[in-house]
Design a protein around this ligand. Structure first.
Ligand code: CP3
Length: 365
């Protein structure tokens, strides 16, 4: 189907703008819902289609990335948004670092940054339209292929989270290598964070030009920092990123930010250019609202492990979540983190149905 698409024609009209209306603070007839990692290994169609290709081959081949992005949209008509199939680690790759995706282990950088001298290894004056053209091409193709069914999120990693990966060289329990940089080499840390921020600004703006209708910034390691370190090394770059992207793309494209594990940072984000703040399950919806203030749209937040429960239990958790956030305005339902490979696709369907039926009832009364 993707082969016949003429990417030069105007984009098809959007038929479901619920997520956009939630981001703008308009009154809703039900809560919109989408799921982090809604494309991925828990879907049999992803596992069978992907078997022939490794992860970054899918990411770098627009027709494959488009196909995988559409898989959850085809399976779950309840979804109100799609998110382009890619990875936050394409930005370190654009800076010249090698990243491998090792099955069963996750991302691995064979040559992570060790000392500030290693900053000289990073590419300078990266042209994202060239280095990451494949992401923009995938976005344009997917926006057409969606045929207006739901809007398309683009995304990037937040500067602190990308810095952490570039130094750790992969996942880590303590982030001790990356945090060591913050204490030992604060100036070099700031220089690195600024270079990542500059590239991410260009990248997010390019994604909008290519067709992304919302943007999400993932700060997956925000919760590993002390509040003081977060304020020094994560917050300034995450907010600078939003302000510069906002200045470039205008107010029509909602900007979302996920400071995972760091709900205590929400008050500092009130004055940021972000429209939506994603929260995980470690904070109650009520506390998240108090912390974020009345002006932000909240996104989240059920523990993904809830999907291991049976249908009535999933429904009960969803009910409490919706009541806590208030389903009729400034809320987008999601999970508090991504889908896991051993999730049962049928149970995600229970969650999506519960959001639809319960929030529709609550918005009526
Ligand atoms: O559906 C979607 O959400 C869009 C695609 C998407 C992926 N990664 C695909 C992916 C998105 C938005 C991301 C973001 C991402 N990547 C984050 C931020 C969100 C978060 O999870 O906190 C992070 C930290 C990464 C880095 C990354 N990529 C890790 C840690 C892993 C390994 C995790 C795992 O499940 O093995 C990846 C790989 C990855 N990215 C997969 C997918 C579907 C699994 C790879 C596979 O198919 O084998």
């Amino acid at each position: 189907a993707v082969e016949g698409i003429d990417v030069r024609r105007p984009f098809p009209p959007l038929r479901n703008d619920l997520v956009l209306r939630a981001a703008r603070g308009e009154r809703l007839e039900r809560s919109p819902v989408w799921i982090m990692r809604q494309a991925g290994r828990y879907l049999p169609e992803y596992r069978s289609g992907r078997a022939a290709h490794d992860f970054f081959t899918v990411v770098r081949t627009p027709a494959l990335a488009c196909e995988v992005t559409l898989q959850p949209i085809r399976r779950y008509p309840q979804l109100d948004a799609s998110i382009i199939f890619s990875d936050i680690l394409v930005v370190p790759q654009a800076l010249g670092m090698e990243v491998q995706m090792v099955p069963g282990k996750g991302p691995v950088f064979p040559e992570p940054l060790v000392t500030p001298d290693d900053l000289a290894r990073l590419a300078v004056d990266v042209d994202v339209d060239e280095a990451l053209a494949y992401v923009m091409d995938a976005i344009t193709l997917t926006r057409h292929a969606l045929d207006g069914a739901v809007p398309l999120y683009g995304f990037a990693g937040a500067p602190w989270t990308l810095m952490a990966y570039m130094i750790e060289g992969g996942g880590s329990k303590t982030l001790s290598k990356a945090k060591r940089w913050l204490y030992r080499y604060p100036d070099a840390s700031h220089r690195l964070l600024q270079r990542i921020t500059d590239l991410c600004v260009d990248f997010l703006v390019a994604q909008v030009k290519a067709g992304a209708q919302l943007l999400q910034v993932f700060d997956s390691w925000a919760g590993e920092l002390s509040p003081a370190q977060y304020q020094q090394f994560a917050l300034p770059y995450a907010t600078q990123l939003a302000a510069r992207v906002r200045a470039a793309v205008g107010s029509d494209v909602p900007l979302c930010y996920f400071p995972k594990g760091a709900a205590s940072a929400l008050p500092w984000l009130r004055s940021s250019a972000y429209d939506c703040l994603q929260v995980d399950w470690t904070v109650t919806p009520q506390d998240a609202r108090v912390l974020a203030g009345p002006e932000k749209t909240l996104q989240g937040n059920a523990d993904p492990c809830v999907l291991y429960a049976d249908e009535p239990a999933i429904r009960a958790v969803t009910q409490t979540m919706l009541e806590g956030f208030g389903p009729a305005s400034r809320y987008i339902a999601n999970l508090g983190h991504g889908m896991y490979p051993d999730h049962d696709p049928e149970h995600l369907g229970y969650y999506l149905n519960a959001v639809h039926t319960l929030s529709t009832e609550m918005c009526r009364s």
